[in-house]
Ligand binder design. Structure first.
Ligand code: MG
Length: 163
């Protein structure tokens, strides 16, 4: 098998009057994240990890925030499209491991719902999708609750091409 790893990072700023979407799950909170799409930083980090692993650029290449087609986009659809690109090239996702960084609200009560949302999009069992969360110990922009950041690594594999 040809095995590759990819890494993704994303950050979005909190804003009033927005829904909070992370890991494809709507989370009750007094603020949401600002972005051209639904601003789901976790799904965006996973998209970038998958695109990175397969040398396919980044999320901005495929879904530019200047394109009105992606305004208000459901990031589950972006992830579905990224996985479609991988599958078309023979890649399968092996697992993803993610960390969210924010002070509030607590993420771990939503981790199982996130795994159950993300796993079928990646054609994986939920135990191949890991969601972790930490605070930033009240330091810096994340500590001041100005936004949320997400990190993801992904393993992908495909049979060695005969050549
Ligand atoms: Mg983003």
């Amino acid at each position: 098998m040809n095995i590759r790893v990819g890494f993704g990072y994303d950050v979005h700023r909190f804003a009033e009057g927005r829904e909070l979407w992370l890991g494809g799950v709507k989370i009750p909170h007094e603020k949401g994240l600002l972005g051209h799409s639904d601003a789901d930083a976790l799904l965006h980090a996973i998209c970038d990890a998958l695109l990175g692993a397969t040398g396919k650029g980044d999320i901005g290449t495929h879904f530019p925030d200047t394109d009105p087609a992606w305004k208000g986009a459901d990031s589950r659809e972006l992830l579905r499209a990224v996985v479609g690109l991988l599958h078309a090239d023979g890649w399968r996702v092996g697992n993803v491991d993610c960390t969210l960084v924010l002070e509030r609200p607590k993420m771990m009560p939503h981790a199982e719902a996130m795994r159950n949302t993300i796993a079928p999009l990646l054609d994986l069992a939920p135990d191949a999708v890991s969601i972790k969360a930490t605070t930033n110990e009240q330091m810096g922009h994340l500590g001041r609750e100005e936004g949320v950041c997400a990190y993801a690594v992904a393993l992908v594999q495909r049979p060695e091409s005969k050549g």
